[in-house]
Design a binder for this molecule. Structure first.
Ligand SMILES: O=P(O)(O)OC[C@H]1O[C@H](O)[C@H](O)[C@@H](O)[C@@H]1O
Length: 303
């Protein structure tokens, strides 16, 4: 569908329009009384979100992000599905699943009474997805752009057998200086340390998380309320999660950042990923015909 046709069918005068963005990628631009946001139907990914009164974007988006068909884009909130992390069956399939690299279909764009804007996108199995992963599914993402940003992922099993998935909202938060932030809410939680290659050993988090080396951890049994305190941008990002007891915290630090072609050399200072996930021991089994959800609400508060 071309941009004019999309604007005619789904555009909302003065609030929501479709535009050609970086490298010609289709973008949905939202500007309502409460916030501005950019979403791309490729991967159902939120790329930008800024509440009206806030000076800075909530999210980091890499200047080196691929914006090439079939490749993932680093930044915003990529959706990892139907597996989070490496291929669970060791077949060499892409990290974090395949759904973040595919175009999704637009279902609904609407204004709600409180002034927020609701966008609903979806993707269903087809020949191409079944060649990678054989199961019949329907996946939807609901994005609410208001004074907070709310993202909810709904997975439906369209098959006759139970469907096992892991998944995640791989949120990249913009920070003033990663070496000066504190991630709060995970104190006392046990984590698997992927950066240290310590296998499945669980380590107990002592105090707030700070970044002074590569951080790549899977926290288990986490509370539903987390926060990132950022003295440089003078703000606190609040993350309220739904249907997730697992959280991945990732910052690549200097060497890994340099090795990644889709990050600039200094980008490790510009973001922290605090990801709302189901992974490790939190595998989700969806019975035939049933749904599973995962979601998060993000808010920005001044310090
Ligand atoms: O480069 P990507 O496939 O998007 O993954 C980026 C990162 O995502 C997660 O946070 C993982 O824990 C990291 O190991 C990985 O490097």
């Amino acid at each position: 569908m071309d941009i004019d046709a999309l604007n005619a069918e789904f555009g909302i005068a003065g609030t929501l329009r479709f535009v050609e963005g970086r490298s010609g990628f289709l973008m949905i631009e939202v500007e309502n009384a409460l916030a501005t946001a950019t979403i791309t139907p490729f991967g159902g990914q939120v790329l930008h979100y800024r509440p009206r009164e806030a000076p800075d974007d909530l999210l980091f988006l890499s200047d080196q992000a691929h914006f090439t068909a079939g490749k993932e884009n680093k930044g915003g909130i990529p959706i990892c599905w139907p597996w989070f992390g490496p291929d669970p069956e060791g077949q060499g399939r892409a990290t974090h699943g395949f759904i973040r690299c595919l175009p999704w279909t637009l279902h609904v764009c609407e204004e709600l009474e409180d002034g927020s804007t609701r966008i609903h996108l979806g993707i269903t199995d087809d020949e191409a997805t079944r060649a990678i992963w054989p199961l019949p599914f329907e996946l939807g993402v609901e994005i609410l752009v208001g004074s907070t940003l709310a993202v909810t992922l709904v997975s439906r099993n369209r098959g006759d057998h139970p469907m096992r998935i892991t998944q995640g909202l791989h949120s990249y938060f913009k920070v003033g200086d990663a070496t000066r932030i504190r991630v709060l809410g995970l104190e006392g939680c046990r984590y698997i340390d992927k950066a240290r290659g310590a296998g499945d050993a669980r380590i107990v988090q002592d105090g707030a998380i700070t970044v002074g080396a590569e951080v790549n951890r899977i926290y288990e049994a986490v509370p539903a309320r987390l926060a990132i305190e950022d003295p440089v941008l003078g703000r606190r990002i609040g993350i309220d999660t739904r249907h997730s007891r697992t959280c991945v915290v990732w910052n690549p630090w200097i060497e890994t950042c340099r090795e990644m072609e889709d990050l600039g050399d200094e980008d490790y200072r510009r973001f922290i990923c605090v990801e709302t996930v189901n992974t490790a021991s939190e595998v989700i089994e969806i019975p035939p015909g049933q749904e599973a959800r995962i979601g998060a609400d993000y808010r920005v508060e001044s310090l």
